[in-house]
Design a protein around this ligand. Structure first.
Ligand SMILES: [Zn+2]
Length: 286
């Protein structure tokens, strides 16, 4: 007498089937999403090699895209403050390992570009010595005012096979200047074919004057924050972290203050990058 009616059992089975079937489908779709958003190390390396954010082209020609524009520091002492590029530093802090760089190396010539800003200074010869001992070269974005203080350093840099870029005369924020003032800063900066505006601060007016003077604007892709003297270990991590790949342009400083941490970090930076198969070279065309 308590037997449920047959149509009810059929309905129950249909509902169960529907629920169970949906659950299976959801699992499938979840696993697809995971596979798509969490690539393997190999896929990551391929993405890195093909990444449009990679400014490697700026080393061999026009930058495909400039590094993310940093926000201006709120307070500045002349030549002391650098724009922060926290993602690069943070990424490097989280992981010291990275996948094989062979793919990127072949695609970008296997070169990492170290750049030193705000010199020359008493630290520049020590940096040149380290570069020489490792068969490396670099690019120095110097200030005209500092060149005047260390007149022999430019020849020293060039004799070592490194090159010099223009970093203005005395490190103003060019975006706050008129076109005429920008032009004065550029023409009184060091001679060279590349220009790095202080703080990475640029805009159409700045770019126009730089191009008008026959120079190429070069920013960076890896900010080590060495200017803030975070400690040698952190500088090394930033300069060799997972964000660094073939074609990376690494921002370091030989001027603007006490650069002893940068000098102390440099041998391990170069050694680590070379162990990964990278060459350390000056920016071409600068
Ligand atoms: Zn600078």
């Amino acid at each position: 007498m308590s037997r449920p009616p047959t149509p009810f059992i059929g309905l129950l089975l249909a509902v169960l089937l529907l629920v169970f079937g949906n659950a299976v489908n959801r699992e499938d779709s979840v696993s697809i999403v995971v596979a798509g958003t969490a690539p393997t190390a190999g896929a990551s390396a391929q993405q890195a090699a093909a990444s449009p954010r990679q400014p490697a082209a700026s080393a061999s020609g026009k930058p495909r895209s400039r590094p993310r524009q940093p926000t201006k520091p709120q307070t500045r002492q002349r030549s002391q403050f650098r724009p922060s590029d926290k993602p690069a530093a943070d990424r490097s802090g989280k992981s010291q390992s990275r996948p094989s760089t062979n793919q990127q190396a072949s695609k970008h010539g296997g070169t990492v570009y170290l750049t030193f800003d705000d010199g020359p200074s008493p630290y520049t010869p020590a940096i040149l010595k380290i570069l020489r001992s490792t068969g490396s070269t670099a690019t120095f974005f110097e200030l005209g005012s500092r060149q005047a203080q260390y007149p022999s350093t430019a020849a020293h840099i060039r004799a070592e096979g490194s090159n010099i870029g223009n970093h203005t005369y005395n490190h103003p924020d060019l975006t706050a200047l008129t076109a005429g003032q920008i032009r004065w800063q550029v023409t009184h900066g060091p001679r060279g074919r590349c220009m790095r505006p202080p703080y990475g601060a640029t805009n159409p007016r700045v770019r126009h004057v730089i191009a008008e003077q026959g120079l190429r604007e070069v920013l960076w892709s890896i900010d080590t924050l060495d200017w803030s003297r975070p400690g040698t270990t952190k500088i090394i991590k930033a300069a060799t972290g997972p964000a660094v790949r073939a074609g990376s342009i690494v921002l370091l400083h030989d001027g603007g203050g006490d650069r002893s941490q940068t000098v102390a970090a440099l041998p391990k930076i170069v050694r680590t990058l070379r162990q990964r198969g990278y060459m350390i070279r000056r920016l071409p065309g600068c």
